[in-house]
Design a protein around this ligand. Structure first.
Ligand code: ADP
Ligand code: ZN
Length: 212
């Protein structure tokens, strides 16, 4: 099953994708994470995309499409995957439709105020990728032992910019995918948010299995 997650920055897509990846045994593909990994390792791709991520503007579609095509061609993607952060605009959605038919899209609905509170307290584990909020978690070390870090682009200057870019560029894909999309409130804790989504996707997975 190929699942697309749509939602504003820090709406909980990454955390949700991690839950889904475990329960549905599907790889979690985050274009943002792929870009950040490449920047960290100073690869050719990393050098090309660094300035876009630092200034919180979208990486050009050609680069993003190449990255996604390559990733979904890998062996672990044969039974499907969870896309987090892609497609990010209607152009990407249209290009993606040409190569793949997504099965289901989940939209996480969270407002700007909540997003600001979350991003300003967000910390990521450098080892397992788990995301914490300093409102609820005070330590600098992940439960796995990894060191927590704050993303370069998680600051008050970029958050509004990223949110408005989401409204302008990404919100239109909600109607693009309306035949396969369902919206959920993302304002509660990750566990509370996840339950109805899991139920919905379990039902979708049954339909999917009976078709395939
Ligand atoms: P968030 O959703 O919190 O903004 P992401 O990790 O999804 O974080 O994205 C971080 C940055 O990576 C974006 O600001 C953008 O520069 C780049 N990026 C990620 N996914 C895409 C995409 N599908 N198309 C273009 N740029 C992307
Ligand atoms: Zn960890």
């Amino acid at each position: 099953m190929k699942i697309i997650l749509v939602g504003p920055p820090a709406s909980g897509k990454g955390t949700l994708a991690k839950f889904l990846s475990q329960d549905f045994k599907l790889p979690h593909i985050s274009t943002g994470e792929i870009f950040r990994e490449n920047i960290k390792n100073n690869t050719e791709l990393g050098k090309k995309v660094k300035s876009y991520l630092d200034s919180a503007v979208l990486v050009p579609d050609e680069i993003t499409m190449e990255v996604v095509k390559k990733r979904i061609a890998e062996k672990d993607c044969v039974n499907g995957y969870i896309l987090d952060g892609f497609p990010r605009n209607t152009q990407q959605a249209k290009l993606f439709d040409k190569i793949v038919k997504a099965d289901v899209a989940v939209h996480l609905d969270v407002g700007l105020k909540e997003i600001e509170d979350r991003i300003l307290g967000r910390k990521n584990c450098s080892v397992c990728g788990r995301i914490y909020n300093t409102r609820f978690y005070k330590s600098d070390t992940c439960e796995c032992g990894g060191k927590l870090f704050v993303r370069n682009d998680d600051n008050i200057d970029t958050i509004r910019k990223r949110y408005y870019a989401y409204e302008k560029e990404t919100v239109p894909i909600i109607s693009h995918y309306k035949s396969i999309l369902k919206s959920f409130s993302g304002k509660d804790s990750p566990e509370t948010t996840y339950q109805p989504i899991k139920e919905f996707l379990l039902k979708e997975a049954k339909k999917f299995d009976s078709k395939n």
